[in-house]
Ligand binder design. Structure first.
Ligand SMILES: C[S@@+](CC[C@H](N)C(=O)[O-])C[C@H]1O[C@@H](n2cnc3c(N)ncnc32)[C@H](O)[C@@H]1O
Length: 113
């Protein structure tokens, strides 16, 4: 049998790497440069409790959604904004509009796709 009911749920990435980890269960790991910093981002938001959070450079949203998860997880009233051209830059190179559109599908960001 190999249906949905018999499949074990996938373990969290952090639990795989460090089984004794007791920090927050981050919902979205994209294996990007921000992955290892997301538990820190969780704590940072918890401590600072910002009224407004603006991220310049969202890309696929790994850090942005990490910030948002902490805002939601701590019941904060922080207003979150993500700003990006979704075209890339001189450091990371250029990319197509599909990245920005995938972000828009998950958030009420104002970009039209
Ligand atoms: C390194 S990526 C951001 C990574 C992202 N924070 C994450 O969690 O994976 C940098 C992003 O900054 C954006 N960017 C660079 N210069 C910008 C500018 N002047 N205005 C808006 N977005 C910009 C690029 O399009 C790119 O998506």
């Amino acid at each position: 049998m190999d249906n949905e009911e018999t499949k074990a749920p996938l373990p969290d990435l952090v639990q795989l790497i460090t089984p004794n980890y007791t920090g927050p269960m981050i919902q979205r790991y994209f294996a990007g440069a921000w992955s290892m910093h997301l538990p820190f981002a969780w704590d940072l938001i918890k401590e600072f409790k910002p009224e407004v959070l603006v991220e310049l450079g969202v890309y696929r949203g790994e850090s942005y959604f990490g910030f948002c998860q902490s805002v939601a997880g701590h019941g904060l009233a922080t207003r979150c904004y993500g700003v990006d051209t979704w075209r890339g830059d001189i450091h990371m190179g250029s990319y197509g509009s599909e990245i920005g559109c995938s972000i828009t599908a998950d958030t009420p960001l104002s970009r039209n796709c």
